[in-house]
Design a protein around this ligand. Structure first.
Ligand code: PLP
Length: 434
């Protein structure tokens, strides 16, 4: 089966002559004559190079919280960029953005900026190592913390390669990751209370940080079991470990104050990017004053583009709107209707489905009754998901071809968009079942 049309296929061919796979992130490649090429987007919609319109639930992998090309954000960015895009000096605007983040995010007392989620987690890991004087990092299978080498282990590989859950084998997600880094990483299944306890009993005093996404935003939005995040908090206190909550996907999305607000949780450090700038490049590392204060005192953190004006102005406008209007509440109501509608469609068609996550960011795993970690998610029917996705795309509903990537909603998705999506999905599921 091919997707999209002749202009798309021609552009893919042209792109592949100068860009590996013809895309600028491996995740954007869906296959030959199956990979989307976009021309523009506005609100909840995007148009491909053929001129076909889609209701967009990918939202650039999550950053678009208000809507594509959101006028108020874009106007602020243009206004600020006209005064200069980059200075290697600090502006009042970025101080204001830092103040807003500290006000909105419950566990954040100080903040430093970066340009991508990858950089944010990379900096957070260094700060944690510097603060504790230790080197080992614990991460959970199926979580993704960006393309830096330290935590790019047991992310997208087949869970069959992960070994026994009592003694998991960390699997690098790429050639080129130094094998010596394996000595510095411990991987565990998500939601594994007992496994975490066991590992800490043996090496807890050597662990610098436990890093986790609050819910597995890169593995079908698997939610934390009740008490799991609190258990990590408690264990970090017990062993003097820095708790890093990676809110790159959940920040400014599942609540204004992200998972920290939603779960009433206080990590030591948190990382942000994505929804912070509604599509403009900006990221942040924030956390406890005591820990953040070591930056600049023998601890390195920097970057030429850390205060890039489009990112800073984009964040300023996005946070202003989030604080002024019921953005998340509005998306929540519409997302809830979408989740419930999809559940009904799967039930009507006799397809077991686990719908997990939050109305602003959720996933469905097909053919399974329960999903608590990547190991049991792997049992889900991914072929059916892909079939369904390809038919949905043909019918103008755009979500990712990878079932681990959530559906994202934004403030610009209307009730009518949800109705249209549910109508399409009712037909799509029937067709895919055949
Ligand atoms: C939880 C999480 N952390 C970090 C990253 C990396 O962010 P970026 O792609 O901005 O480098 C991502 C990206 O999807 C993510 O989902």
């Amino acid at each position: 089966m091919t997707l999209f049309g002749p202009k798309t296929h021609a552009l893919q061919e042209r792109a592949q002559k100068v860009i590996p796979l013809g895309v600028n992130s491996n995740f954007r490649y869906w296959g030959q004559k199956k990979t989307p090429y976009v021309s523009q987007a506005k609100g909840a919609y995007l148009w491909d190079v053929e001129g076909k319109r889609y209701i967009d639930y990918r939202l650039a992998f999550g950053p678009i919280i208000l809507g594509h090309a959101y006028d108020e954000v874009d106007e602020k960015v243009v206004e600020e960029v006209r005064k200069g895009a980059l200075f290697a000096m600090t502006s009042e605007l970025e101080v204001e953005v830092a103040e807003k983040i500290v006000r909105i995010c419950p566990g954040v007392e100080m903040v430093r900026f970066a340009t991508s989620g990858t950089e944010a987690t990379m900096h957070a890991l260094r700060i944690a190592r510097a603060y504790t004087g230790r080197e080992i990092i614990i991460k959970f299978e199926g979580n993704y913390h960006g393309f830096q080498d330290y935590t790019l282990w047991s992310t997208y590989a087949s869970a069959d390669t992960y070994g026994n859950a009592r003694s998991p084998i960390p699997i690098p997600a790429s050639s080129g990751i130094p094998r010596h880094l394996r000595d510095l990483i411990i991987t565990l299944p998500f939601n594994d209370f007992e496994g975490l306890e066991r590992v800490l009993r043996s090496v807890g005093e050597e662990v610098a940080a436990i890093i986790t996404e609050p819910a597995q935003g890169n593995c079908a939005t698997i939610e934390p079991m009740p008490g799991f995040l609190e258990f990590i908090r408690q264990k970090c206190d017990e062993y003097g470990i820095v708790f890093i909550l990676d809110e790159v996907k959940t920040g400014f999305r599942i609540a204004n104050g992200g998972a920290q607000e939603y779960y009433n949780l206080r990590p030591d450090l948190a990382t942000y990017a994505k929804a912070l700038g509604n599509g403009y490049p900006i990221a942040a590392i924030g956390g406890k004053r005591e820990i953040m204060s070591i930056i600049g005192h023998g601890v390195a953190q920097g970057g030429t583009f850390n205060n890039n004006k489009p990112g800073i102005a984009g964040a300023w406008a996005t946070l202003t709107i989030l604080e002024r209007e019921p953005v998340i509440q509005t998306i929540w109501k519409r997302g809830q209707r979408l989740m419930e509608g999809l559940k009904e469609i799967f039930e009507d068609n006799g397809i077991p489905a686990v719908i997990s996550g939050y109305p602003t960011m959720f996933s469905f795993s097909l053919g399974v009754e329960k999903v608590t970690c990547q190991r049991d998610w792997q049992e889900s029917d991914r072929e059916l998901y892909l079939r369904l996705q390809e038919i949905a795309v043909e019918h103008g509903v755009m979500f990712d071809h990878d079932p681990r990537e959530p559906w994202f909603l934004c403030y610009s998705h209307s009730d009518a968009d949800i109705d249209e999506t549910l109508n399409v999905m009712a037909d799509v599921v029937k067709q895919a079942k055949k």
